[in-house]
Each structure stands twice: as C-alpha cells, then as structure tokens.
Design a protein around this ligand. Structure first.
Ligand code: PEP
Length: 250
C-alpha cells in the first residue's frame, strides 16, 4: 500500500492572522482519513503554524529551500532552519519556481540532494507546458525533468521522495488533466522510475497529481490506480474545499 497524501500549497497567500484562522478551521474539520494531510503556508508563518498544529494530524511543510547549509544567500532559507522549527518536508521544483525564479533541473538536483542529506522528505514537482503536450512531447519532457532532478540519487533516497506531476497548463487555470490523462502519465512515471531503479521503488513511491483539483473532480482523479493523492493550490485556501478534497481520497 502506497502512502496517500493531500498537500495544500498556499503559495504567497494568507497573513499570520489569516493562517491561524484557516488552520483552526482545518483542524476542526479534518475528516477521518488514511491519507497524510499537509499544508504549506508561507515561510514567515511556518513557526506559528507548527505550534498551532502540534496536536493535529495535519503536517506543516515548506514551499522551497536553498541547497547550501548557510551563507551569503540573501532572502533564502536553509534546511537546518526548517528542521529547527520541526518542518521536515519541502516542496521543490514547483512550476512557479521554475518559471518565475528560473530554477533549472540542475539547481533542483542540488536542492533535492541537500534535502535528502538532511533527512528531509521532498515533494518533487514537475510537468509539461501546454506547447509540449500539443507537440506530443509531454512524456519526453517529464522523463528529462525526472532524470535531471532525481536520477542521480542513490536507491536509499527514494524513501524520502514524493513525486508531484503537475502539468503547467492545468495549474491555476481551471483546466484539469482528465483522470485518464493523469493515469496515463502516472503509469509512465512509475515505469521510468522502475527502469532507472527497481520495480519495488517504483511501486512504493507516491505520485500526486496537481492542477486545478477541486471538490468536484477530486474523487474521480484519486480513483485512478497510479494517482496517490494531490498537490492542491487554489482550493487549499478554502477550508471546506480542501477538506472535501481530503474526504475524496478516503
Ligand atoms: C499548484 O500550484 O501546485 C496547483 C496545483 O495549483 P492549483 O490547484 O490552483 O491549480
């Protein structure tokens, strides 16, 4: 049985007070679930969020981190700073980081390596753009992102990796990959992980889908055999919507 995960990426949203209010709502409404439920508030609110959720099953994760231990990297956050406030999971490679902050596969490989060495768990995001899909290149693009970002890792690191397939054309657009498109890509991802490593690693790694998941489409997407959960943007900012998505995973 693979770990099921529903993670909310809050991006650059919610002040401290708004974070507190939404976390209160989520804690109160969290349904019984086998899935791990995670939220990723903005950096300045992580410490308070961890304290607030101390006795909740909801985990607090980070949206990004730097590859270095420390040093002259103005505006950046190191792994040890996250671990110090009891955040041990980090989202890396989100398409917004790739597009707006020019994070390349090579940079991401360094970040992933650092997180693994620090014993953190990584939610590694990747996915093709609309032009890639239209040109029929989506499988190649995804294979390259995975190879460049992850395939230098030793086998032992894969216990710390969660994959998040997020087609860029579906993020924040209201356009969702069909459940069949998601399943097709997730099965392909499992195959290339199996080819690069072992079938056992490929069968164990959780693969989340992200891209306009909403209460109305979550159950159908999550019903696909290779979809192990979701990375949720917009809908994770609304308590009832996020909890409906958690309910949909069962
Ligand atoms: C995301 O940003 O990871 C995401 C999936 O966003 P949305 O759900 O809003 O498409």
């Amino acid at each position: 049985m693979r770990t099921k995960i529903v993670a909310g990426n809050w991006k650059m949203n919610k002040t401290a007070r708004e974070t507190e209010i939404l976390l209160n709502e989520l804690s109160a409404k969290l349904p019984d679930t086998d899935a791990e439920v995670m939220v990723a508030p903005t950096f300045v609110n992580l410490t308070d969020a961890v304290r607030q959720l101390e006795s909740s099953a909801i985990q607090v994760v980070a949206q990004n981190m730097h590859f270095a231990d420390n040093g002259a990297y103005t505006g950046e956050i190191a792994a040890d700073m996250l671990l110090d406030i009891e955040v041990d999971t980090v989202i890396l490679g989100h398409s917004e980081r790739r597009a707006y902050f020019h994070e390349t596969d090579e940079l991401l490989a360094k970040k992933v390596k650092q997180a693994i060495e620090k014993n953190m768990r990584v939610i590694f995001c990747f996915g093709e753009e609309l032009n890639d899909r239209k040109a029929g290149k989506h499988f190649d693009v995804v294979a390259k992102q995975l190879k460049n970002g992850l395939f230098d890792l030793p086998e032992s690191a894969w216990a710390q990796i969660v994959l998040a397939y997020e087609p860029v054309w579906a993020i924040g657009t209201g356009e969702t990959a069909s459940p069949e498109q998601a399943q097709e890509m997730h099965a392909y991802i499992r195959k290339i992980v199996s080819d690069a490593y072992t079938n056992s690693i490929a069968q164990k790694v959780s693969i989340l889908y992200g891209g306009s998941v909403k209460p109305g489409n979550a159950a159908e997407i999550f019903s696909k055999p290779d979809v192990d959960g979701g990375l949720i943007g917009g809908a994770s900012l609304v308590g009832d919507d996020f909890m409906a998505i958690v309910k949909a995973i069962g």
